[in-house]
Ligand binder design. Structure first.
Ligand code: PA5
Length: 445
């Protein structure tokens, strides 16, 4: 279960002020649960953990088994934003740190594409494909996003040249809208196996739909455990109480922002496997809250590495930030520091201690230092980093995000600002239909 500790943030906030934000967060909780707030046609994610049918889970697992039988050893997962970050985050969190180098037999390697427009990236992906037995999962809810569409065109051509059209079709799975979009049309025409992104689930809330579940299961991880962990959290967070962890997170971060002007929240981890969790979280909170001239800017650090780079700013720079430390209580592996007769590195004082103990002391020392430096601290933690806890964390942050955005007074489920760059890019690429915009933008450059 996900635990939250807010005392080192509450100590910065006046009691009466906190009570006001707590009240707002409780009202926001009611709005989210009742489903009568802004963007309420995008609440399909709320009951995914408890309502995902067995048939859908089995269909995801069937792709895994089918491709294993074909000897697939590389899966290219194509998607961007919400159609990429959840799966990437889960696979990074659950994989062995050195799985790539160890190359132990097992599930195929899952690599990602369509999340950038780097020509080098795609060319080098082709180098990799040419050495492996590849398959592809293409994910786009709209079915029209440029980055994944470009990558898919390139990968599809490669698969067709290598395996023939029919062979390629057996090695492509499309995850898209049930009815519309270019990817849906293409999938029907080419006979691809498809999964649906539900209409009422936005990209950044879609990790527990096939958008996340298919790449995660293909990478060899237990999606049933992820859903079970999320279901535990769905139940735990359904209680309308100031003690509800999601309400507390929403209340305290809004109080820090609204009353103390803390405009930056840094998600801190002490485990490299969580680096992409922060990327997923940044999209979730950044796109959900950053609008109407409001919002907490979500940032992240990977400690202890970043204590040697960002640590200075966090300790003594402009006091605009608070930290949310994403903690994992128990390491699943053990490394004990040995004794050295010469002790030239002067580390014998640590002999017999686990590295995890050093990590915990680094985290504790940092928390106290940053508190002394005026940086409020929130702690969100799980017992260990496994599929069940990860599912819990996904649901916790999604549910808390809905409450937090309503507390802030914005629609958590739209992202109008994302369109601005697309319009300019299409004008500059001279996409049909953008002639006027194209002429206008060319005058500006
Ligand atoms: O959260 C979102 O809605 C976005 O990040 C989308 O997921 C992203 O733009 C990709 O969109 P699509 O899945 O339609 O290609």
């Amino acid at each position: 279960m996900v635990k939250i500790e807010i005392k080192d943030a509450r100590s910065f906030i006046d009691n009466e002020v906190y009570a006001q934000y707590e009240k707002k967060a409780l009202a926001a909780f009611d709005t989210l649960v009742a489903g009568d707030g802004a963007g309420n046609d995008f609440l399909g994610w709320k009951h995914l953990p408890t309502e995902t049918p067995e048939s859908l889970i089995a269909a995801c697992e069937a792709v895994r088994d089918d491709w294993a039988a074909k000897g697939v050893d590389l899966v290219v997962a194509i998607g961007i934003g919400g159609s990429y970050l959840g799966a990437k985050c889960a696979i990074e969190a659950l994989s062995h740190n050195f799985s790539r180098q160890l190359r132990r037999p097992g599930a195929p390697e899952v690599v990602f594409a369509g999340n950038n427009l780097s020509e080098e990236y795609l060319a080098e992906l082709m180098d990799l494909l040419s050495e492996r037995r590849a398959a592809c999962v293409v994910i786009s809810k709209s079915g029209t996003t440029t980055e994944p569409a470009v990558a898919f065109r390139v990968v599809k051509q490669y698969l067709e040249e290598t395996y023939g059209k029919a062979g390629a079709a057996e090695r492509i799975v499309a995850i898209t809208d049930a009815h519309k979009g270019a990817l849906k049309t293409l999938s029907m025409q080419e006979g691809y196996r498809t999964f649906v992104v539900p209409d009422d689930v936005g990209g950044r809330f879609s990790v527990l739909t096939p958008v996340g579940l298919v790449p995660i299961v293909l990478a060899g991880f237990d999606i049933r455990e992820i859903l079970a962990g999320a279901a535990e959290e769905e139940k735990a967070l359904s209680v309308p109480s100031p003690e509800n962890p999601a309400v507390r997170y929403a209340a305290v971060r809004n109080a820090l922002y609204g009353a103390l002007g803390k405009k930056v929240e840094i998600l801190v981890n002490y485990n490299p496997k969580l680096q992409y969790f922060a990327e997923w979280w940044k999209q979730l909170y950044g796109e959900s809250e950053g609008k109407d001239g409001k919002g907490i800017f979500p940032a992240s650090v990977n400690n202890t590495a970043d204590l040697h780079s960002m640590g200075q700013f966090i300790q003594e720079g402009d006091r605009v930030m608070f930290e949310t430390v994403l903690g994992v209580e128990k390491s699943t592996r053990e490394v004990v520091i040995g004794s050295d007769p010469d002790n030239l590195d002067c580390l014998n004082y640590l002999a017999g201690k686990r590295v995890e103990h050093c990590n915990a002391m680094a985290a504790l020392g940092t928390r106290i230092a940053h508190l002394d430096g005026g940086v409020p601290q929130i702690s969100v933690s799980v017992e260990k980093l496994d599929a069940r806890s990860l599912g819990g964390l996904f649901y916790f942050f999604e549910f808390a995000c809905g409450i937090s955005a309503y507390t802030l007074g914005v629609n958590p489920f739209n992202q109008p600002g994302v369109e601005a760059y697309k319009k300019n890019m299409f004008a500059l690429l001279e996409k049909p239909g953008y002639e006027e915009a194209s002429a206008a933008i060319r005058k500006r450059i």
